[in-house]
Design a protein around this ligand. Structure first.
Ligand code: GLU
Length: 501
C-alpha cells in the first residue's frame, strides 16, 4: 500500500537516542508503515555547541538496531535534500527575507541586554513579558541604514490577532490566544534559524503530513502555526505524545539509570523486545489483545487515536518481562552469539572454538530462564566456573538443607559412588542416584536437595539434568578457569562439610 503520508523524526545529534526520543521515532515509524507512506529522518543540528557529526551515526545505529528503516535522510538522500539543517541555512535566510518582504516579519535591532532588562522589570512587577513590537514600526529607510551599518539584528515574525487553532490527533482540537505570544525570532543575529522557524520551513518544504513528536513541543506549536500561516502553507496534522516518567513519576532522565538505547542494548536487551515495550509506552492495543506484539502485529494494530494523553511510566520490570518472552522465543544460535561476549567480558571464556561454543550453548540453555537480560548471564552462571564449598556452607539455606534428614549420609554415599572407577556422567547418573537412595533410604527432597547443594553450592538453580553435562564437558575443555567435574565438586563439598563439623 502506498500513500501520500509523510512523517519525520527530527533528532538533534547530541548523543545516543534515549528512550523518550526513540519512542517518538517508533510511533512515527509504526504509523507510516501501516499507512504505507514515507519515513523521513531530519537531523536538527543548528545547536552547534551540543551537536556533533559523529552523533548522527550513533542515531542511525540505534534506529537500525531496533529494525527501523527510512526512505529519506542525510545518509540516503531523497527528493527534498538536504536533510541536515546545517546544510539548509541559506534556505532559511532566504525564506525569512521573503516574509520580511511581504510584511509578515521584520528586522529587529533591540539588543539582548535591553530585552533582558525589560523582562526583569516585568518579572518584578509580576507580569509576563512579551516583546513590545518596538522595531515593527521602524521606517524602511531607517532599517536599511542600520542593516548597511552592520547593526546586529534578528528577524521576527509579526503575530496576528485572533485565536490560533490546530488539530492534534492525540489532544483534539486545540486553541490558543495570540495575545500571550511574544513575537518569535525566526533568524538569530548570528544568522542561524530558531527551532520553531526551521522546523516549519522543513516540515512544509518536505511535505510532511503528520508531525508526531513529544508533547514538550505542544506549547511551541501555536508559534509554528503562525509561521505556516504567514507563508500561506497548509498545516500538517499534529500528534503530541505524552511525556515519559521514571518510576518516581518525575520526567525520565539519566538519573533513572539506563535510559539510552545503547545502555539497554549493552544490558543484553533484544531489539524486538525494546521495540515492543516502547510501543506500549503511551499506546495500547485494543481490548483483549496481547501486549506481546511482534513487529507485524504492532504495525497492524497501531493507531494514533489510541495514543494516551496522560504521561506514561517507564517500567523496567515490564520491559524485563517482555525481554524474557523474546529471549525464550529467539533463535538459539542468535542468543548464543549475543551471550558469548558477556561471558568473555566477565573473563569466564577466552577463545571460543566449536567445542566451547557448544558447551556455552548448554550453559545459556540452563541459565536463560532465570535472566531478565543477557548481561545477567555471567552472574547466573558463576557457580559453574568457580565452586567454593566453604563459602557455600555459610549460606543459611544450604545449612538448612544439610541439617535435614540424613543429608550427611547422602553426601558420603554420593561421594563414594562417584569415586567408583568407570563411572560416566550423565550416562550412569540414574544408577548412581539409585545406589545412594538404597544406601541411605532417603528419597524426594531429602535425597535431591543435598545432592544439588553438593554439586552447585546452592539450594536452587537450573535443572540438574542440564548441569551434569555442563560440569563434565567443561572439565575437559581448555578454559581460563578449570571447571570441576561432578566428582570433584562432591568430593570438595563433602570435605568442607567434614571440616566444618
Ligand atoms: N529536534 C527537536 C527535538 O529533538 C525536534 C522536535 C520536533 O519534532 O519538532 O526535540
Amino acid at each position: 500500500m502506498s500513500s501520500n503520508i509523510r512523517v519525520r523524526f527530527a533528532p538533534s545529534p547530541t548523543g545516543h537516542l534515549h528512550v523518550g526520543n526513540v519512542r517518538t521515532a517508533i510511533f512515527n515509524w509504526l504509523f507510516v508503515r501501516k499507512a504505507g507512506g514515507q519515513f523521513v529522518i531530519r537531523i536538527e543540528d543548528t545547536d552547534i555547541v551540543r551537536s556533533e557529526e559523529r552523533f548522527e551515526g550513533l542515531i542511525y545505529e540505534d534506529l537500525r538496531w531496533l529494525g527501523l528503516q527510512w526512505e529519506e535522510a542525510p545518509d540516503v538522500g531523497g527528493p527534498y535534500s538536504p536533510y541536515r539543517q546545517s546544510d539548509r541555512l541559506n534556505l532559511y535566510r532566504e525564506k525569512a527575507l521573503k516574509l520580511v518582504g511581504n510584511q509578515h516579519a521584520y528586522h529587529c535591532f533591540c539588543s539582548e541586554a535591553e530585552l533582558e532588562r525589560q523582562a526583569e522589570k516585568a518579572k518584578r512587577a509580576g507580569v509576563t513579558w512579551k516583546y513590545p513590537g518596538t522595531c515593527q514600526t521602524l521606517a524602511g529607510e531607517e532599517v536599511r541604514q542600520k542593516l548597511d551599518r552592520g547593526d546586529a539584528s534578528v528577524i521576527r515574525l509579526k503575530v496576528r490577532q485572533g485565536p490560533i487553532r490546530f488539530r492534534d490527533l492525540v489532544h483534539g482540537d486545540m486553541e490558543f490566544s495570540s495575545d500571550v505570544i511574544s513575537e518569535p525570532i525566526l533568524i538569530r543575529s548570528n544568522g542561524s534559524p530558531t527551532y520553531n522557524y526551521a522546523v516549519v520551513v522543513d516540515d512544509a518544504l518536505m511535505q510532511i503530513t503528520h508531525v508526531i513528536r513529544g508533547d514538550d513541543h505542544l506549547s511551541n506549536t501555536p508559534k509554528q502555526v503562525l509561521i505556516y500561516e504567514a507563508f500561506g502553507w497548509t498545516l500538517p496534522l499534529f500528534a503530541h505524545l505524552s511525556t515519559i516518567l521514571g518510576s518516581d513519576h518525575t520526567r525520565l532522565s539519566k538519573r533513572h539509570g539506563a535510559t539510552s538505547v545503547k545502555n539497554l542494548q549493552d544490558m543484553g536487551m533484544l531489539p524486538e523486545a525494546l521495540l515492543n515495550y516502547l510501543a506500549l509506552l503511551g499506546w495500547a492495543p485494543s481490548e483483549g489483545q496481547s501486549e506481546i506484539l511482534p513487529l507485524d502485529a504492532l504495525i497492524q494494530s497501531f493507531e494514533l487515536e489510541r495514543v494516551s494523553k496522560s504521561a506514561a511510566v517507564f517500567d523496567l520490570n515490564k520491559l524485563y518481562w517482555i525481554n524474557r518472552h523474546y529471549l525464550k522465543e529467539a533463535d538459539r544460535s542468535r542468543v548464543l552469539n549475543l551471550a558469548i561476549p558477556f561471558l568473555r567480558q566477565a573473563g569466564l571464556l577466552a577463545e571460543v572454538n566449536d567445542a566451547i561454543r557448544e558447551w556455552a550453548g548448554q550453559i545459556i540453555e540452563a541459565v536463560l530462564p532465570g535472566v531478565d537480560h543477557l548481561s545477567q548471564i555471567p552472574d547466573k552462571a558463576a557457580f559453574i566456573f568457580s565452586f567454593d564449598p566453604g563459602q557455600a556452607l555459610k549460606a543459611e539455606a544450604v545449612r538448612q538443607v544439610l541439617s535435614e534428614g540424613k543429608a550427611g549420609e547422602v553426601l558420603r554415599a554420593l561421594n563414594d559412588e562417584l569415586a567408583k572407577p568407570g563411572q560416566e556422567i550423565p550416562r550412569d547418573w540414574k544408577e548412581i542416584i539409585a545406589a545412594v537412595k538404597n544406601r541411605t533410604g532417603q528419597k524426594g527432597k531429602q535425597l535431591f536437595h543435598p545432592i544439588r547443594v553438593a554439586l552447585t553450592g546452592s539450594d536452587s538453580g537450573p535443572e540438574l539434568d542440564k548441569l551434569l553435562p555442563i560440569f563434565e564437558r567443561g572439565s575437559r575443555l581448555a578454559l581460563p578457569r578449570r571447571i570441576l567435574c561432578c566428582q570433584e565438586r562432591v568430593a570438595r563439598f563433602a570435605a568442607a562439610v567434614d571440616a566444618n563439623s
